[in-house]
Design a protein around this ligand. Structure first.
Ligand code: SF4
Ligand code: SF4
Length: 135
């Protein structure tokens, strides 16, 4: 906080936690993510290939006037966060995917499976073509 646009914002960036998740691989990993998404207002997102869970909980130091009560001693993560490409400014986060409910995850998994099937079919066709060309 502290830039010009922060003065007009309700400090959106101080109202949630976003924590990294292990990249899901197994059916059980994805089922755990499905469980996270069953909880109200939980968001899971992928950014640059990394998975995160977003928990909507305001920082205890956020004052009613939307200013930071511990501004001079605020944690490093708050100091590093840059206004201008943030929630208020509507900056691009480069999200690969955002999941707001379990249905979002199911759609993603369905597309992923379809993509894998297409890749497999294309590979088989390539191998067949190569064999025909060399025989
Ligand atoms: S969301 Fe952006 S504008 Fe608002 S307080 Fe945070 S950094 Fe400042
Ligand atoms: S410590 Fe201050 S700047 Fe950091 S999240 Fe809390 S209110 Fe916001």
């Amino acid at each position: 906080m502290g830039s010009v646009c922060c003065e007009h914002c309700t400090s959106v960036c101080c109202t949630y936690l976003a924590l990294p998740l292990d990249k899901p691989v197994t059916r059980r990993d994805f089922d755990d993510i499905r469980w996270y998404l069953m909880h109200k207002d939980i968001i899971v997102f992928i950014e640059d290939g990394d998975w995160y869970i977003q928990v909507p909980v305001p920082c205890a130091n956020l004052r009613p006037d939307n200013l930071c009560a511990v501004y001079s001693t605020r944690p490093s993560i708050c100091r590093e966060y840059k206004a201008g490409d943030c929630d208020y400014a509507g900056g691009s986060y480069g999200y690969d995917h955002v999941f707001q409910c379990e249905e979002d995850l199911q759609v993603y998994l369905k597309e992923r499976r379809a993509k894998a099937r297409r890749r497999k079919t294309a590979k088989k066709a390539r191998v067949r073509h190569e064999r025909t060309a060399t025989s």
